[in-house]
Design a protein. Structure first.
Length: 364
C-alpha cells in the first residue's frame, strides 16, 4: 500500500503539443527507423532483438532526460556523423506507434515511460502524453520495447535496416560508405533505408557525406550523384570506372563536375584500346568537318566520357600533333606561296589547278 502511494507521488505526466494526426503518412517502418536511428547515434553499441511479437532496442549507456521531450531538443545537432539531426526523433516514433495500436514502453534508467493520447486541459485538445512511473526492475541505459508485432511487421522492419539483414558478400568499401551491387537502386544512409533511386548500384553512405531532407526519405539528386561518383573513384578500380563512364551509367555521370587525372587517363586508355589513334568529337557535324580536312580516324563520343578523354594529358598531347597535320590542299597552297617566285607563268598556272583538284584528297 505504501509502495503504491509512493509510486503515485513519484509519477508524473508530460504533455507534448503533438496531435494524433501529426505525420499521418508515417507508419510502423518510419517509426522504428527513428528508434533505430537514435540507438545508432548514441554512444552505446547497437543492440536489438525480436521475440514473441516484440522488438527490443537497447542503448546500454544512454539516458533520456525529460528535456529531450521538447521538440527541437537534441544532443546531436553538432555531430556530422549522426544520421538524425532534426530533433524530433523518438517522440514522433512514440506518437506513430501509439496511433497505430502498438504497445510501447520505454525503460529509462530507474523510470518507465509509457505514451498515450489524452485530452489536455491546457491545450483543450487530444495530445500525446508520456506517463512516467518508477521502474520496478534493474535497467541499464535505455530500452524501447514495441509489442504487438506480426511476422509481416518484423519482415518490414528488417528490410529498412542493413544491420538487421544477413551480410552481403559483394560489398565494396570506400571512405564515403559502401557500394552495394546486390541492392541495385537502393539508398541507405548509416545502414538505414532512405529511398529508391535511378542509380545502377545500391549505396550505404556514411551520414557525414550525404545530407538528408527533413522527411529523411528524400535526398538531393545532385548530392547523391556527387557522392556515388566519389565513391567509385575512391575504390581505385579506375579501369572499371572508365568502363562505367563510357557506358553512361548515372552513378558516375558527375565526373564532368570533378574527377582526377588518373580517371581521365583511364578513360583515354580505354578509348585508345577501342579506337587506336582516333580523335574524339562530340557531334556528327564536328566529325564531318574533320573528315573534310582529311582526319578520317574520328569517333563521336558523348557525355561525361568525352569530357574525361578530351581533358586527359595524353589525349591533349596526341591531338596537338594530329591537328597540326595539314590537308593535301593546304600543303600544296603553302608550297605554292613559298615557291611561286621561282616558277614561270605556265608551270604556276598548272600548279594552281593541281591545288584546286586536291580539295577532295584525304590524308591517310
Amino acid at each position: 500500500m505504501l509502495a503504491a502511494i509512493a509510486d503515485r507521488i513519484r509519477s508524473k505526466s508530460y504533455e507534448l503539443p503533438l496531435s494524433r494526426d501529426y505525420v499521418r503518412h508515417w507508419g510502423l517502418k518510419e517509426a522504428i527507423r527513428e528508434l533505430v536511428q537514435n540507438a545508432l547515434d548514441s554512444e552505446s553499441p547497437f543492440e536489438y532483438a525480436f521475440a514473441d511479437g516484440q522488438l527490443f532496442i537497447t542503448s546500454r549507456f544512454a539516458k533520456l532526460k525529460a528535456s529531450t521531450l521538447v521538440l527541437g531538443s537534441t544532443s546531436k545537432a553538432d555531430r556530422a556523423d549522426a544520421i538524425g539531426s532534426f530533433g524530433e526523433g523518438y517522440k514522433i516514433a512514440l506518437l506513430v506507434l501509439t496511433r497505430n495500436g502498438y504497445d510501447v514502453k520505454v525503460w529509462n534508467g530507474n523510470k518507465q515511460w509509457v505514451p498515450e493520447f489524452r485530452h489536455s486541459d491546457q491545450f483543450d485538445a487530444e495530445v500525446l502524453c508520456i506517463n512516467e512511473t518508477p521502474a520496478h526492475r534493474q535497467n541499464q541505459g535505455v530500452e524501447f520495447v514495441v509489442s504487438g508485432l506480426t511476422e509481416e511487421d518484423e519482415t518490414e522492419i528488417r528490410s529498412m535496416c542493413l544491420r538487421m539483414q544477413p551480410p552481403m558478400s559483394d560489398v565494396i568499401g570506400t571512405k564515403y560508405g559502401h557500394i552495394l551491387p546486390s541492392r541495385p537502386g537502393k539508398l541507405y544512409v548509416g545502414t538505414l533505408f532512405v529511398c529508391d533511386t535511378d542509380l545502377t548500384y545500391g549505396y550505404d553512405i556514411l551520414p557525414e557525406h550525404l545530407q538528408l531532407e527533413c522527411d529523411r526519405q528524400t535526398v538531393s539528386g545532385w548530392d547523391l550523384k556527387q557522392v556515388s561518383k566519389n565513391a567509385w573513384i575512391d575504390t581505385g578500380r579506375l579501369d572499371e570506372v572508365a568502363e562505367k563512364i563510357e557506358a553512361g551509367i548515372p552513378d558516375v555521370e558527375y565526373v564532368e563536375y570533378g574527377s582526377t587525372e588518373l580517371v581521365r587517363e583511364a578513360c583515354y586508355r580505354l578509348f585508345q584500346q577501342k579506337h587506336p589513334g582516333a580523335i574524339a568529337v562530340q557531334s556528327q557535324e564536328e566529325l564531318n568537318s574533320l573528315v573534310k580536312q582529311g582526319m578520317t580516324n574520328t569517333v563521336v563520343v558523348r557525355g561525361a566520357y568525352y569530357s574525361q578523354v578530351a581533358n586527359s594529358t595524353s589525349y591533349k598531347q596526341q591531338v596537338s600533333h594530329v591537328v597540326a597535320i595539314q590537308t593535301p590542299k593546304a600543303a600544296l597552297e603553302e608550297w605554292y606561296r613559298d615557291n611561286k617566285k621561282y616558277m614561270n607563268r605556265l608551270p604556276a598556272a598548272s600548279f594552281k589547278e593541281l591545288a584546286k583538284r586536291a580539295d577532295g584528297w584525304r590524308n591517310k
